[in-house]
Design a protein around this ligand. Structure first.
Ligand code: ZN
Ligand code: ZN
Length: 412
């Protein structure tokens, strides 16, 4: 049997086209409530003869660290992507982590393509496509594009000339359920037309930030997803569904976001300029979460790190305060891309999020009570497959998705 080794893990050649779906922000309750309401008949059928388990995301429970973990099969300590935003250790400047140069490990797609496989990657957001497509050669055996920039694809850059024609859709608004629907529609067409050996479909969590499980907005998203799951299943693919992270309410009873403004607090305690709070959730698309999540890292310039940690630990709603070394060991993070202190929030209700300074967060775009992620309370994710697993690990991680599809599927 042909085997491909990537980042120290072995992957058998899949027994049928393998489609891994990363449903962004898909807290397990979303699919469970939609199924209970009879809105996901295809998923119900898939689960009846396959698997319906839970697994864990990596921490921080953010999109890019988890997507890159899924496609490399390893945690951020190996691939280096620990958020959207960091202090560049080379320059000391705050910068986005979108550039593929930050990715330190080859993807499973790159390794499989080198071994002769056909691979397809479709994402909602283009920033993620750039990272996931790193190392692919567009020679007719790879396709990688985003629905966000589907009208700007080229054969040279994306391996496809007309993505909108393929999906049968125009480019959707970046803040819409349509951005994710495009991913599924393209995936169904690629499965029958392009015939990939490996395919990765990664959606966006716009809907999950806005709508809680069981709400009309969420249910219509999952009913839509179910139609495409049915088509992928009937197309003969091995389908493995995971999420990058969960999603929880992050607001108080009156609907106001439950925020601790950590930079303001540390400035008061130690003086301005002595600490720098970095929120790795920061990205150009903040309308739906205001750059508020349950994970932060703090750089300390002068004060005693232990004193800073003690000050943070005093605040209500803080779940974890650890120094760089122990935090990176516990959560498998790259030490050179983390501050002196690592902080996770949540509190008894799991609702606490971390901000920098009150003045730096524009919450005017929040048109629904805040829901977000980043902490331990969003670590649980679904792991679903349309075939049974054999000899799968008891504790699944979302980044086992390709290994499950390649190595642990029972033929049926
Ligand atoms: Zn996400
Ligand atoms: Zn999100």
């Amino acid at each position: 049997m042909k085997t491909v080794t990537v980042n120290g893990r072995d992957y058998n050649w899949p027994k049928a086209p393998l489609v891994v779906i990363c449903c962004d922000g898909s807290e397990p309750a979303y699919m469970e409530t939609a199924m209970a309401a009879g809105l996901m008949p295809n998923l119900q059928r898939i689960i009846a003869r396959g698997e319906n388990r839970r697994g864990l995301s990596v921490i921080p429970s953010f999109t890019n660290p988890n997507n890159l973990s899924i496609v490399t099969g390893r945690p951020p300590a190996v691939h280096g992507i620990c958020g959207n935003y960091l202090i560049d250790p080379a320059t000391g400047q705050e910068t986005m982590m979108n550039d593929p140069k930050w990715l330190r490990a080859p993807t499973i797609f790159e390794a499989f393509q080198k071994a002769g496989a056909r691979v397809a990657v479709v994402t909602a957001k283009d920033k993620l496509r750039l990272l996931l497509g790193k190392g692919l050669v567009f020679d007719g055996t790879a396709v990688a594009f985003s629905s966000e920039k589907a009208d700007r694809v080229t054969l040279a850059e994306n391996g496809i000339a007309d993505a909108c024609g393929l999906a049968g859709m125009g480019v959707p608004d970046v803040y819409s359920a349509g951005l994710s629907e495009f991913v599924f529609a393209a995936g169904v067409r690629l499965l029958s037309g392009f015939k990939p050996d490996l395919m990765y479909l990664s959606t966006t969590d716009y809907v999950q930030h806005k709508y809680p499980p069981g709400s009309a907005g969420a249910n219509s998203f999952y009913a839509m997803m179910d139609r495409y799951l049915g088509a992928l299943d009937e197309g003969g693919a091995i389908v493995v569904i995971v999420a990058d992270h969960g999603m929880k309410d992050k607001h108080l009873a009156d609907g106001a976001p439950d925020v601790i403004y950590l930079q303001d607090l540390l400035d008061d305690a130690f003086g301005p300029g002595t600490t720098k709070v970095i929120l790795p959730i920061t990205d150009p698309y903040v309308v739906h979460h205001g750059a508020l999540g349950s994970f932060a890292t703090v750089y300390v310039y002068g004060p005693d790190v232990k004193e800073v940690m003690a000050e943070i630990a005093l605040q209500p709603g803080i779940d974890v305060v650890v120094d760089r070394a122990s935090g990176c060991a516990r959560y498998e993070l790259p030490p050179d891309r983390m501050g002196n202190v690592i902080v996770l929030s949540g509190g008894p209700a799991g609702t606490k999020v971390i901000g920098t300074s009150r003045a730096r967060h524009d919450l005017s775009g929040l048109d629904a009570p805040l829901r977000s992620h980043g902490g331990l309370t969003e670590q649980e994710i679904p792991v679903i497959a349309n075939r049974k697993f054999r000899n799968a690990p008891a504790q699944l991680r979302n980044f086992d998705a390709f290994a499950l599809g390649c190595n642990h599927i029972v033929e049926n």
